[in-house]
Design a protein around this ligand. Structure first.
Ligand SMILES: C[S@@+](CC[C@H](N)C(=O)[O-])C[C@H]1O[C@@H](n2cnc3c(N)ncnc32)[C@H](O)[C@@H]1O
Length: 300
């Protein structure tokens, strides 16, 4: 598309509410170009220590914290005070022992001023089989939640789940006497609490996310399933909020944000991934605006 046409669109004053910015480069540098306190949610999966060295420069376990801290400092600067940072990471086994770099990273991030508010588990329900002499196959990853404030923005109703048969059967098995006794005898409130949930169709989820490892985008070797960023985007943002993925890869976080009517910024070191994301937005009909350096639905 010609620059003149892009300029014309801009001059007409037509713009979409949600914009998508895809930036090429090292996040340690690129993040410095972003304004402070604009981001509502960061969801990202950085390269794990040494894991994909042949694909996109792994970082040694013993250098991981030192490498990540300057990036985290920038993430802290660009995040809104009530925003959330979700870090998907998993330590590998080195010389027969679990590496401690993730634990060290958590400590270092706390020292940097982050609150480590929660740890979610991604339970990979279809991880492929394997046999190791002294352990079983890895089937879960960490999703570490960091915040700047204890009073962070959270929209719990957005991720409620159907109460399900298990809970129904369990509640059914409690006799009327049980419910009455619990309330009357020890004043525990247990019976009352149970009856509160009897008529509910939906309940709050746990902090374990059971998702398949299957990815929609097969063109990146380490893409996470779209449901993963989607869940956190629903939980921690509202429509039109701004989501950032500083290790965007194939753009899963950005496409999840788009599908939920949020804006997003993605950064990646590899030109082929950045091009892949740009193509994805163009295929969905988004138009690149040269002046803003963003994709938007500028025709509407
Ligand atoms: C685990 S992958 C992310 C995959 C992504 N979640 C997805 O679903 O496709 C990590 C990405 O970080 C990028 N990367 C590595 N070091 C980087 C850096 N310093 N700055 C920006 N991107 C980097 C890699 O090119 C890779 O695409």
């Amino acid at each position: 598309m010609s620059t003149a046409y892009q300029q014309l669109i801009l001059d007409l004053g037509l713009f979409s509410k949600n914009k998508f910015q895809i930036l090429l480069g090292d996040s340690a540098q690129v993040l410095k170009s972003l304004p402070s306190e604009q981001i509502d949610l960061i969801v990202t999966s950085p390269p794990y220590s040494d894991q994909r060295k042949n694909n996109y420069g792994g970082v040694k376990a013993e250098e991981y914290v030192e490498w990540f801290l300057p990036i985290a400092a920038e993430l802290k600067r660009v995040l809104k005070p009530r925003g959330t940072f979700i870090l998907n990471i998993k330590e590998k086994v080195i010389n027969g022992e679990r590496s401690t770099y993730v634990l060290e990273l958590i400590m270092a991030l706390r020292a940097q001023g982050w609150l480590w508010t929660e740890e979610f588990i991604w339970n990979k329900k279809n991880s492929y089989p394997g046999k190791w002499p002294n352990r079983f196959r890895d089937s879960w990853e960490r999703l570490l939640q960091f915040n700047k404030l204890r009073d962070f923005a959270m929209y719990q109703e957005a991720v409620m789940v159907p109460i399900g048969d298990w809970a129904r059967n369990r509640l059914k098995n409690l006799s009327e006497t049980d419910k009455r006794r619990d309330n009357a005898k020890n004043n525990s409130g247990f019976g009352k609490n149970v009856s509160n949930w009897l008529d509910r169709e939906y309940v709050y989820p746990t902090n374990v996310l059971t998702l398949a490892t299957e990815c929609y985008n097969k063109s990146h070797s380490a893409a996470f399933p779209r449901e993963l960023p989607e869940w956190f985007i629903k939980l921690f943002t509202q429509e039109q909020d701004l989501v950032l993925d500083p290790f965007a890869g194939s753009g899963t976080t950005l496409f999840a944000a788009e599908s939920l009517n949020r804006s997003a910024i993605g950064i990646d070191l590899m030109p082929e991934y950045v091009d892949m994301i740009k193509k994805g937005f163009e295929q969905m009909g988004y138009i690149y605006n040269l002046k803003e350096n963003k994709y938007g639905n500028y025709q509407q």
